[in-house]
Design a protein around this ligand. Structure first.
Ligand SMILES: Nc1ncnc2c1ncn2[C@@H]1O[C@H](COP(=O)(O)OP(=O)(O)OP(=O)(O)O)[C@@H](O)[C@H]1O
Ligand SMILES: [Mg+2]
Length: 139
């Protein structure tokens, strides 16, 4: 039987990596951090000047992961999810935490006030409310 593929998603700082690594340790499933994968393979498509971060090349990430996902038994960790093929996952977990806890965590991480304000702004929340996590295709 093919082992399950699991997606852990949710806003930055919510605890995806902590949970994903622990889960992999306890179950023996393979853990994939999409941010790290992109960095290792330079799977980027430009640079976002506003948020000062590289833009993920989603198609190349999907191509890179395709074979591994077919094998099964993979825990995928990423804050986005709408570009992953629905057929990959047996179950999707959208992690959440209290906003004040999250703010303190990201502040400790050294996020700038500008970045924090953007993340917790009404505009940003509305953006994510328009793009519910997970998108309909992954529910
Ligand atoms: N269940 C938890 N209880 C308390 N603290 C936690 C918990 N999960 C994670 N943390 C702490 O929150 C911080 C962020 O966790 P983590 O790096 O796992 O988040 P993340 O969702 O992977 O973030 P990112 O999307 O930026 O990679 C870390 O300092 C971690 O120790
Ligand atoms: Mg992480």
């Amino acid at each position: 039987m093919r082992l399950p593929n699991i997606l852990l998603t949710g806003t930055p700082g919510v605890g995806k990596t902590t949970l994903g690594k622990e889960l992999a340790l306890r179950t023996g499933l393979k853990y994939v951090n999409v941010g790290d994968l992109a960095q290792e393979g330079q799977l980027y498509d430009g640079f976002d000047e506003e948020y000062k971060c590289p833009i993920l090349d989603e198609d190349r990430v999907v191509d890179e992961l395709e074979n591994k996902m077919k094998e099964g038994g993979v825990i995928v960790d990423y804050h986005g999810c709408d570009f992953f093929p629905e057929r990959w996952f047996h179950i999707v977990f959208v992690l959440q935490t209290d906003n004040s806890v999250l703010y303190t965590r990201l502040e400790k991480r050294g996020y700038s006030v500008k970045k924090l304000q953007a993340m917790f702004s009404v505009k940003f929340s509305k953006f994510f409310m328009k793009k519910p996590w997970p998108p309909t295709s992954l529910k």
